[in-house]
Design a protein around this ligand. Sequence first.
Ligand SMILES: [Fe+2]
Ligand SMILES: [Fe+2]
Length: 247
Amino acid sequence: MSLYAIGDLHLHFQSRLKAPGQLKERVWRDHEARFAKNCAAVMRESDTLVLVGDHSWGRNLSECERDLQYIMDLPGRKVLLRGNHDMFWDAKKTAALNRQFDGRLFFLQNNYFPYRDLAIVGTKGYTFEGPFYLNRRGQVAGWDEREAEHAEKLVERELERLRASFEAARNDGFTRFIMFLHYPPTNILERRSGFTDMAEEYGAEQVVYAHCHGQSRFHDSIEGRFHGIDYRLVSGDYLVWNPARIL
Ligand SMILES: [Fe+2]
Ligand SMILES: [Fe+2]
């Protein structure tokens, strides 16, 4: 019984949309088939796979049917986190999605998923990604104030959702946590954030995140051990479509 994770499958069995990298980078070629094969090689039905957001390019649930079916056909229990591209998943409709896909997919939002004596908790998160203004040496000299202010509001809302997830687990007696975010826990200017603070407050053992695509973005945030917590990026192109073993 193992816990695996990967983010950013960006499936498009029904949608013609693709990420810019999906059009030109070799790593995205036939990635669905490669990922399914890699899962089949290492995972068992008793395992759990957390899909860390950006599942589908579909704009609504009916445009995601084949993408979600692909996920359901992967081995093990599947836990899904919201990504910034998951248009089919309105946060307020999480309970309805969990009813509809009961026993096949679990949608993680303001709730938690039990794994042995641990609770899988999480939320989409948010990080300010600019625009940043650079000086002649390429160093950050400033940023868009309005965008930064807007980002702060989104961060606050996501922190409330993350706390709801931790509290739901704690109320049921869980004291050990693995925390998932779609966005990285910090932006490129930050050393710590409300998300890292909350991970420390509840004593999360690991923080697992995705969203970062391409060589130039893979190291935007915390990696490895920080204040006693292991931080790990699991976006699919970074993992070259091998599910990461978390536990
Ligand atoms: Fe993504
Ligand atoms: Fe994303």
